[in-house]
Design a binder for this molecule. Structure first.
Ligand SMILES: [Zn+2]
Length: 305
């Protein structure tokens, strides 16, 4: 029973439910005011929304740390959450286009923020634009303001609070950026050689002047097929350039990485990068700034190993 089947089969029923729920379901903050219902799609954008909205919003984060945004298909419960939401924050740039139809169907009146709209998008190493824009701190900071402005629009009484939270978040992101620079900058550029599991790190690599030797899955889409010729070329490049370590990601299987490591004698680095997803609430990587520092630490350790 696939989630696609569930969506097709049950969608009409779920489109009726929202009207019954919107007035019945409210929740209160500690101060007694009504919380704004918000939905965010991928984990990185959910983390920014959570930080800006604080306890003034009731956030439904659609994706969890184990979900692959390239493969996600909305569940019926996601559609219910959309129908109740005043604000919907999507990542944009093509990554979460699976949310567009459900928004049109279930939440035609909600305010929708495309958080990538304020981002400076980069080309990917493999094809088209790289949709993983949040791994440049400047983009994450712009998105924080966009989310605060949108929340101020749907909840004007608390506009100052949202803007203050966004300022705090931007300060933490700036601090993370400084920490990563402090880790990576002392390492000679020739040693900053990176092999990723898929093409998701262009923003991070550009910011910290790290060279991409290759991607195990040479695509911005983690589900793309890998041709044997691509793997053979990567094995050759890893050997020639004396890459120290190959990385895997928290949401991906590491079988192909292990295969390349065996062929080249280079180890798969112990510790997974946050790529398509960051951590769940309560973990070190639950905030975008925490995930960025985690990735910076892992890379710096690998480059100097
Ligand atoms: Zn990806």
């Amino acid at each position: 029973l696939s989630s696609r089947w569930i969506w097709r089969g049950f969608a009409p029923a779920f489109l009726v439910v929202p009207a019954l729920l919107t007035t019945a379901c409210t929740s209160l903050t500690q101060g007694g005011s009504v919380r704004i219902r918000a939905v965010a799609t991928v984990t990185q954008v959910s983390a920014l929304t959570r930080a800006v909205g604080g306890d003034r919003i009731q956030l439904t984060a659609l994706l969890k740390s184990t979900d692959d945004p390239h493969a996600y298909e909305p569940h019926p419960s996601d559609v219910t959450a959309l129908a109740q939401a005043k604000l919907i924050v999507k990542s944009g740039a093509g990554l979460d286009k699976w949310i567009d139809k459900p928004i049109t169907a279930a939440a035609p009146n909600a305010t929708v923020v495309d958080a990538s709209a304020s981002a400076r998008l980069r080309s990917s190493a493999t094809e088209g634009q790289d949709p993983h824009w949040w791994y440049d701190v400047d983009n994450a900071r712009s998105a924080s303001d966009a989310i605060a402005n949108a929340l101020a629009g749907v909840d004007p009484a608390n506009a100052a609070s949202y803007r203050a939270s966004a300022s705090e978040l931007k300060r933490r992101l700036h601090d993370a950026d400084r920490q990563i620079h402090a880790l990576v900058d002392p390492i000679p550029a020739a040693q900053r050689l990176f092999v990723a599991n898929h093409d998701a790190f262009n923003y991070f690599l550009a910011r910290y002047q790290i060279t991409l030797v290759g991607d195990i899955i040479p695509s911005t889409d983690s589900l793309a097929a890998v041709r044997p010729a691509d793997t053979a070329k990567l094995i050759n490049d890893v050997r020639q350039k004396r890459v120290k370590a190959i990385f895997t990601e928290t949401t991906l299987q590491s079988g192909l990485a292990s295969q390349i490591a065996t062929a080249t004698g280079v180890k798969v680095f112990d510790g997974k990068l946050y790529g398509d997803a960051i951590g769940d609430p309560g973990t070190d990587g639950a905030t975008l700034e925490g995930a960025l520092v985690h990735n910076g630490r892992l890379m710096a350790a690998a480059f100097t190993s």
